[in-house]
Design a binder for this molecule. Structure first.
Ligand code: GUN
Length: 297
């Protein structure tokens, strides 16, 4: 029986702390942090995530708004809006929900966001800073994962960590954070991916296993070392006629076969998802504070 790492509970505790900081900021006569999300198209998952981010902003006293575009929006229109937000001193953070329609170059869009407002931490400047171990925003999902590890007192130093997946959003930055110095670092990290030969020979040696590949139920109990900490980043919608919506979220880990083997595991939903939002909010407060410091310097 594995310990359940409860992302909803940890995220709620982090949100309480942020709420108190915002409240002190407002009491001191300052504007609260303001996050803007751009959402293109009608992808169900993206709409859910952006809606959850907006709601979380309001819960902690941030200003939060969503700019919605039809999926016919041109790249030029999007870049123009980003430029406008970059120059708006009333906005601290901007995220453009990914994926974008194929006629829009995601990299171009990511690089158009001012690094100071890039609270997703996806801009090359912020990724570069992360790689060099400098202070700054960290991509929200891996950042949220370090926060849940910290909350439960899970030691990373000297541990064997296996990250399955090398995406720019999760796998790559996760491996950098866990292998770097610091409280939730100093691990020995192996990054595995679709071209890894005999994946199970790696995962079976992991003290901490991070699954971020977007393949429902891909990691099964026989691939997991007894007592390992299993972090499930997957959030794929799969058809389920027994649900009112007709679908349910599935992680990358087959919970039924893994939970009896693992020492601790994040559930889906209610594990990493809420932690991503906590990470994003923390980054937005950081951007607001950096903005205040820059203006008073
Ligand atoms: N798509 C999947 N995860 C993310 C995220 O953390 N931020 C943005 N902007 N898009 C995503």
């Amino acid at each position: 029986m594995a310990q359940i790492l409860d992302g909803r509970e940890v995220s709620a505790a982090i949100k309480e702390t942020l709420k108190r900081e915002v409240s002190a900021m407002v009491d001191a006569g300052m504007r609260p942090p303001h996050l803007v999300a751009i959402l293109v198209g009608n992808d169900g998952g993206s709409m859910t995530y952006v809606g959850a981010k907006e709601k979380a902003c309001h819960e902690v006293g941030f200003l939060g708004s969503v700019i919605r575009y039809d999926d016919t929006v041109t790249e030029a229109e999007l870049l123009e809006k980003i430029d406008e937000i970059n120059n708006d001193s009333q906005i601290d953070g901007l995220i453009v929900q990914l994926p974008l329609p194929s006629h829009i170059d995601e990299n171009k869009v990511t690089l158009a966001i001012s690094p100071a407002k890039d609270v997703d931490g996806f801009h090359d400047v912020n990724m570069g800073r992360l790689t060099k171990g400098a202070d700054g925003v960290k991509p929200a999902t891996p950042y949220g994962i370090t926060l849940i590890l910290k909350h439960y007192g899970i030691e990373t130093a000297g541990k064997n960590v296996v990250v399955v997946g090398r995406s720019n959003i999760v796998g790559r930055p996760m491996s950098i954070m866990l292998s770097g110095p610091g409280e939730t670092g100093n691990a020995t990290v192996t990054v595995t991916h679709s071209r890894t030969v005999d994946l199970a020979s790696y995962t079976r040696n992991a003290d901490i296993l991070v699954a971020a590949i977007g393949k429902p139920g891909f990691i099964t109990g026989d691939m997991v070392k007894p007592g390992a900490v299993v972090i499930d980043v997957g959030t794929t919608r799969i058809t389920d006629p027994s649900k009112k919506a007709g679908w349910r979220l599935s992680g990358d880990v087959d919970f039924a076969s893994t939970e009896p083997v693992a020492g601790a595991i994040t559930p889906v939903p209610g594990g990493v998802g809420p932690m991503t939002i906590a990470g994003l909010l923390a980054n937005t407060l950081l951007a607001r504070k950096a903005g205040i410091a820059a203006r008073t310097a």
